[in-house]
Design a protein around this ligand. Structure first.
Ligand code: PEP
Ligand code: MN
Length: 276
């Protein structure tokens, strides 16, 4: 693999610290937990979810306002109204938020609220979108394409960095394999590989990475043990009635357990969970 790349550890041997705000940095000794529902479904439900995940120890909120859906008939997010709810949750909790950008035309509105821009798996190779988020001053969480090799994923990061934005956080979220029991096959070896190849921080999404709520906690523990700098976890108060990804969403109670277990794992690798 070429070493004269901006993502490359040979170019930049030290780990990159991606600063989210005055308090939170991803890529340092403390692991950062991002949590919240897949989608922002409504004001009261989202605000309650935000309070609950904050109380359990999450330090960044997630929630999609613009949702990529396989079926054109599925709920595809509250869009601008969802952004307003995210803004309210952020104001109330003080936590930064990450939300997905699917279309550069929405970027201006999303920049009013998002502290981190998420590029979804389906858009990892949307090079014009990558270059758009590469031109703004905001960290980018770059999900791995579900059919992307590690090199393709790093080259997607390179597009963002080459366009001028070096604050890239990689997110392993599973890839498509011949296995059908799980929604995706989580690739924890990729966490180790990108740490060798790149100085960029990497977080793991055990929710999309497995597609099964019962597997989220064990895989979250394993991800931190493998060296991930953080987790992105889908949490919903009523997974059975969630408008998207309920089958892989854990309840706030289960999330509290996850936090306690992950905290235990961090002690054996000489790290700790960042507490807001
Ligand atoms: C999400 O985070 O809800 C999402 C759509 O993820 P991905 O792009 O990894 O499928
Ligand atoms: Mn989701």
């Amino acid at each position: 693999m070429n070493s004269d790349r901006k993502y490359s550890r040979r170019e930049h041997p030290e780990d990159s610290l991606v600063k989210i705000n005055d308090r939170i940095t991803i890529g340092g000794p403390e692991v950062v937990i991002i949590a919240g529902p897949c989608a922002v479904e409504g004001r009261d439900l989202y605000l309650e979810a935000a309070r609950l995940v904050k109380k359990a120890g999450a330090s960044i909120l997630r929630g999609g306002a613009f949702k990529p859906r396989t079926s054109p008939y599925s709920f595809d997010g509250l869009k601008e109204a969802g952004l307003e709810i995210l803004a309210e949750a952020k104001k109330e909790t003080g936590l930064p938020v990450v939300t997905e950008v699917m279309d550069a035309r929405d970027l201006e509105a999303i920049l009013q609220v998002a502290d981190i821009l998420q590029i979804g798996s389906r858009n990892m190779q949307n090079y014009t979108l990558l270059r758009e988020v590469g031109q703004v001053d905001r960290p980018v969480l770059l999900k791995r394409g579900f059919a992307a090799t590690i090199k393709e994923w790093l080259m997607a990061a390179e597009h963002i960095m080459d366009a001028g934005n070096e604050r890239v956080i990689l997110c392993e979220r599973g890839i498509r394999t011949f296995e059908t029991y799980t929604r995706n096959t989580i690739d924890l070896g990729a966490v180790v590989a990108v740490k060798e190849l790149s100085h960029l921080p990497v977080v793991v999404d055990p929710s999309h990475g497995t597609g099964r709520a019962s597997m989220v906690r064990p895989v979250a523990r394993a991800a931190i043990a493998a060296g991930a700098d953080g987790l992105l976890v889908e949490v919903h108060q009523d997974p059975e009635n969630a408008l998207s990804d309920g089958f892989q969403s854990i309840t706030p109670e289960e999330f509290r357990r996850l936090m306690a277990e992950v905290s235990g794992i961090t002690t054996v690798i000489d790290r700790q969970i960042y507490r807001f």
